[in-house]
Design a protein around this ligand. Structure first.
Ligand SMILES: Cc1ncc(COP(=O)(O)O)c(C=O)c1O
Length: 388
């Protein structure tokens, strides 16, 4: 079966699966055991080893990973959680699921679209319990700053690593993996991510108590799994917490194992494409390039640019006419009508730097198999729009 037709010569993102994935999934189908079991355990073990953490739990998607993280931390109504608004809505939704309130923090500016530690510090109240950071586009946040702030105010740290599997951060304590620097790290394996299982996610932690909570709540709060009972390890179970069905299945775990093995090489390829984009576009007067000069080791999930002038809709339209797909990451969460209704009318929830960047942001195509010719078409089209 071939890929569905699209109008794009250069899509925003692309998935390339090799025969190895087909072999791995077929082997699972032939094994006759499809729901969470040995492949999932193997995937979790490899992911934990890769991050250098004690516990990893594979889950149905990245949103489920975030939900389990905030539940395991015991967040509840009346609590406040700091998080960026320049993110996918799932980040903030996961906080709302617990009854806690997301308190949106501004970004550093067009040069660095990650959360500002200074702005976060100014928004701490006696109800603040945690900070949920997002490593935007695969570029790690200022985690030294976040960790110092969290330590001063006794806050838990959740890392939303949906964009950042394999990203490394050059911290004061040495090089650390994204997802291993807070209390809980959460990953998404959605189809447009750096590694994919179609739908899927992972929760990572070094904390035994959190691990126990996450393990139990992932599967209905039950004390044993079907897989354990199948092997005769137990005959019954208790339900000890409010849980969910957030399990991954064996087909996806098999896909994840193959994808994880390829991740470092694919992230490097993304990094090379980002550097090529930066070289070719940095002198262009009409745009700013976020994360220019960021240290090596990002996961390079997105390549955002910020228009200095020019009509964004016309820019995106012109690229679309040339067969180039673009997007906006993201319409800020605090501007959505559902979220606006969460605050009293006189509440000041403006985020000037987020709103400014979001109004001028455009994401250009980036995926490991992007050819030199595809990248050249994007670069030439951008230059043409700005008359360069
Ligand atoms: C920053 C961020 N957080 C969370 C998610 C949610 O992940 P999923 O789609 O796997 O539920 C995404 C996915 O798009 C994301 O980009």
């Amino acid at each position: 079966m071939s890929k569905p037709e699209t109008p794009w010569k250069v899509p925003l993102a692309d998935v390339k699966l090799e025969p190895e994935e087909l072999v791995a999934v077929t082997a699972v189908l032939q094994s006759g055991w499809l729901s969470m079991g040995p492949k999932t355990e193997e995937f979790e073990g490899r992911f934990a080893e890769y991050l250098g953490v004690k516990h990893c739990f594979a889950v149905a998607n990245g949103t489920a990973a975030l939900h389990l993280a905030v539940e395991a931390l015991g967040l509840e109504a009346g609590d406040e959680v700091l998080c960026p608004a320049l993110t996918f809505v799932a980040t903030a939704n996961a906080i709302l699921y617990t009854g806690a309130r997301p308190v949106f923090v501004d970004i550093n500016g067009p040069h660095d679209l990650n959360l500002s530690v200074d702005d976060a510090a100014g928004k701490i109240t006696e109800r603040t319990r945690a900070v949920m950071v997002v490593h935007y586009g695969g570029y790690p946040c200022n985690m030294d700053g976040v960790r110092a702030l969290a330590a001063r105010h006794d806050l838990k740290i959740i890392e939303d690593c949906a964009h950042a599997p394999g990203a490394v951060y050059h911290s004061a304590q040495g090089v650390r993996m994204a997802g291993a620097m807070g209390d809980v790290g959460c990953f998404s394996f959605f189809a447009n991510k750096n590694m994919t299982t179609g739908e899927g996610g992972m929760v990572a932690t070094n904390d035994q108590q959190l691990a126990d909570q996450i393990r139990t709540r992932r599967s209905h709060g039950m004390t044993t799994l079907t897989w354990h009972r199948h092997r005769g390890h137990s005959f019954s179970y208790d339900v000890v917490a409010r849980g969910y069905n957030y399990r991954l299945d064996e087909m996806r775990a098999a896909l994840g194992l193959v994808q994880l093995a390829r991740l470092p090489q694919r992230n490097s390829r993304r990094g090379r494409l980002v550097r090529a984009y930066q070289e070719k576009l940095r002198s262009l007067g009409g745009i700013e390039l976020p994360f220019l000069g960021s240290p090596p080791g990002g996961a390079y999930h997105l390549f955002p640019i910020i228009l200095k002038d020019g009509d964004r809709a016309a820019f995106m339209q012109m690229l679309a006419q040339k067969g180039i797909q673009t997007s906006i990451h993201y319409p800020p969460v605090h501007t959505f009508s559902y979220y606006r209704r969460q605050w009293p009318p006189d509440f000041d929830h403006r985020l000037p730097r987020t709103e400014d960047a979001a109004s001028r942001l455009v994401t250009l195509p980036l995926f490991p198999e992007m050819t030199a010719a595809q990248q050249e078409l994007v670069v030439e089209s951008v230059r043409e729009f700005f008359g360069a």
